[in-house]
Design a protein around this ligand. Structure first.
Ligand code: MG
Length: 390
């Protein structure tokens, strides 16, 4: 049983801590959520929010407010440091230690954090949810956003105040008090985890969870408020890094030869394939109601593969998976930044920092997927070509 606490945020924290990562994390048996009726986010809402906040929330979403069960939802876990700007607080922590940091957070708990790099993405998810709720009032197939933070529960008050200040619809918190969130991510059936902590992102990827590291870009392009736009690199993001390994081992000519010879052999899946699949599942719900042309989700493949020589294998693989990508751009080694500047995605995923940095310099919100052979050291020459290829 969950012990009651005077600190409302501790109630959330204690209930979250009761979740066990059991057999359900592989999806083949009942999830812990089905047996944990007491961990009902509406209860958390009522328990954790000041009365005025609850009232505002109820007005904001008219009619029945429910939260989808994780096995039905597309769960997006975001860390505090990517959803909000917390550099100042981070500096207090690093320079003055945990006690001073906690004191600072409590003293400033009525000051909302400014939006971070994942903020426009999360807002766009909520826009899609609003459209889905209109079309399918009873459906649990929605985006569900979980705020994951290593913070102590005392910081939760400031986070809740910030969420309400920005009118975000986030009810699920995972406050680990410094511990790893990976077990909770599995319990939540997380479809995508975004964090500023590259080690945690690697840990999540190793557990089979789609994940990426986000950075605060110096400039940020204005993005759509009515359509969620997500762009993916191909190799080592949607696809495995198998073709890239050929290139690393044998060079560019062999790579082209290999891709031509294996044109009809499907590429293996990469770490973000499942997330594209989840987006596709929601897109089809709009198509089924006649909203293909004004679908609020649009996906892009932005690859340095060239269309004629190596692109066909990528397209055939996506088609065989039953995944529709709305736009595919084969850049044949050209820089991705200018193209992404035109696309204006809410997030772009790439396994190579070279491309992430190039995109970010031009104002695109880019996230790094630290997966595959490109993460290992290689000669400068190979690295240069790898950058062009992937
Ligand atoms: Mg790549």
């Amino acid at each position: 049983m969950v012990k009651m606490s005077l600190d409302p945020v501790q109630v959330v924290s204690a209930q979250v801590n009761e979740l066990k990562v059991g057999p359900s994390s592989n999806g083949d048996s009942r999830g812990p959520w089905e047996d944990k009726q007491e961990f009902n986010s509406q209860e958390c809402l009522n328990n954790t929010k000041p009365k005025s906040v609850t009232g505002r929330r109820a007005r904001k979403v008219e009619g029945a407010v429910f939260f989808p069960r994780p096995e039905h939802a597309v769960t997006i876990a975001v860390s505090t440091r990517v959803l909000f700007r917390t550099e100042k607080e981070q500096k207090v922590f690093e320079q003055q230690g945990i006690e001073e940091y906690l004191r600072y957070q409590i003293e400033h708990e009525n000051e909302p954090f400014a939006p971070g790099p994942a903020f426009p993405f999360v807002k766009a998810l909520e826009t899609v949810n609003a459209r889905l709720r209109d079309l399918y009032p009873q459906s649990e197939e929605l985006f569900d956003i979980v705020l994951v933070t290593y913070n102590h529960a005392h910081v939760g008050v400031r986070l809740i105040n910030t969420i309400n200040h920005h009118n975000l619809f986030i009810e699920r918190f995972c406050m680990t008090g410094g511990g790893s969130p990976i077990g909770y991510l599995k319990a939540w059936h997380t479809n995508l985890y975004l964090s500023a902590d590259a080690d945690k992102v690697r840990e999540a990827l190793a557990e089979g969870i789609a994940a990426a590291t986000m950075f605060m870009p110096e400039k940020q392009t204005v993005v759509s408020e009515s359509q969620l736009r997500v762009a993916f690199d191909g190799d080592a993001v949607l696809f495995s890094d198998e073709s890239e390994r050929i290139f690393k081992a044998h060079g560019l000519d062999k790579f082209f030869e290999h891709e031509k010879d294996n044109e009809d052999t499907l590429l293996d899946h990469g770490p973000l394939k499942g997330f594209l699949e989840a987006l596709g599942k929601l897109q089809k719900k709009f198509y089924a109601k006649g909203h293909r042309l004004d679908c609020p989700i649009r996906t892009f493949l932005v690859t340095a593969r060239s269309a004629a020589s190596s692109g066909i294998r990528a397209l055939k693989t996506l088609r065989a998976w039953g995944l529709e990508i709305d736009e595919a751009l084969f850049l044949a080694g050209a820089p991705k930044g200018p193209m992404l500047e035109k696309i204006r995605p809410h997030i772009y995923f790439d396994d190579q920092m070279f491309h992430v940095e190039g995109a970010a310099e031009m104002g695109t919100i880019a996230a790094h997927v630290p997966y595959g052979v490109a993460q290992y050291n290689s000669s400068k020459k190979n690295q240069r070509w790898a950058n062009k290829l992937t």
